[in-house]
Design a binder for this molecule. Sequence first.
Ligand SMILES: [Zn+2]
Length: 254
Amino acid sequence: MKYFRTQGIVLRYTNFKEADRMLTVFSPDRGKMQVLARGCRKPRSRLLAASQLFCYADYIFVKSKEIYIITQADVKDSFYDIRNDMERLTYGTHILALTEEAVNYEEGNFRLFYMLLQILAYLAYGEINPEDVAHVFELKLIDLLGYRPALDRCIACGSGLEQMNSNKLYFSTSQGGIVCNNCHSRVNDGYTIHKNTIQTMRFILGMDIKRLGVLKFSRMVRNELDYILSAYLNEIIGKPLKTRSFIEHIKNER
Ligand SMILES: [Zn+2]
């Protein structure tokens, strides 16, 4: 049997048998992994803390046939404050679901791993609105996946943002960029977008994620980012995410 060590973040789990749990763990060097945490739901299990959603730990696994089994785990951060708050938990679960879509099995992704760690830290300990944290993650993820939107000029006719009538701008999710009023009739998936939202998107794409704390979002920018990023992600991933319906739900509760 072969032992190895890796860092990981728990993206999802399924309980089975009396006290076991199958985890989906994201490792920076191995990508997505299906991992068995044996007996982790027993009250005094050493693996209990390391088998919770969002947990960031150093794991030692043994590979037996096709299954990875945790033999040891050293929790570095449980991000407990995310699980402790309904709104943070909802956006946090959405962020994990997006990560799960973006990562492959047996394929490391260091950039996404460290971005996710920083985002979870903001979500757990920061003062920023959890919805804004999720939007920053969504846009950075879109960029990481190779779909950075074109925000400088109209993707149909090429006219620059400065020459456009700034009251009538659109974002096309199928083309991945902004469309001017003249070209709008030729695309049928143009969402209304204001210049402030375009500028915020450009700022997010250019900034280091460590500076997330300096961002301030107006309600209008937040709303536009919400439907535009969500529609664009559906286009990229090819389906709507289930976690979206929880977000709609808590928004309606407010
Ligand atoms: Zn145009």
